[in-house]
Design a protein around this ligand. Sequence first.
Ligand code: GRF
Length: 200
Amino acid sequence: MKKIAVFASGSGSNFQAIAVAAQAGTLNVDISLLVCDKPGAFAVDRAEMLGIAALVISPKSYPSKAAYEAEILQKLAELEVDMVVLAGYMRLIGPTLLQAYEGKIVNIHPSLLPAFPGKDAIGQALEAEVGKTGVTIHYVDEGMDTGPIIASEAVEIAPGETRESLQKKIQRIEHSLYPEVLEELLNGEEEAVQWEKSVH
Ligand code: GRF
């Protein structure tokens, strides 16, 4: 079975959705590690509840990003992790990890990329008053939410939509789409997966 490490900085609801799918057997993967750069983040509590090992590592304790990532990389190598899954990891991945895991780092973003990259994508979509937004899963490169797109799913922004209601809709999609896409990437037969889903 392939091994993944999930990187998260905050709540970790996507991390949990991936772990639950793995427990249910709809996603065949060994979640070897949670990497969290924010001591005290709820994702770490979830790891404990789920019985998944966590590496809580603060970049501030390292002289450089390269040194910080080298420490993570050592752990990933030790565990023979095949793929890195970013799920609310609020940091750009640097050359150290990118080179070691070339083409093997994926991310989920709460918009239809290339629209609304970066922070607060949900707020950006509401501010722009667009009719739809969504979720995108993509490979990670050195840019901010710029790597090749693997899958996306749209969601309508209803009249009177609030931030909370939109966030809920987006999260519901994220929690089913990410495990589904990971299963395809890790265990699917096709080499390149390109999915497009209809508006909900
Ligand atoms: C998700 O909306 C994800 O798309 C974005 O950050 C959020 C993380 O949420 N990259 P959670 O920590 O998984 O609950």
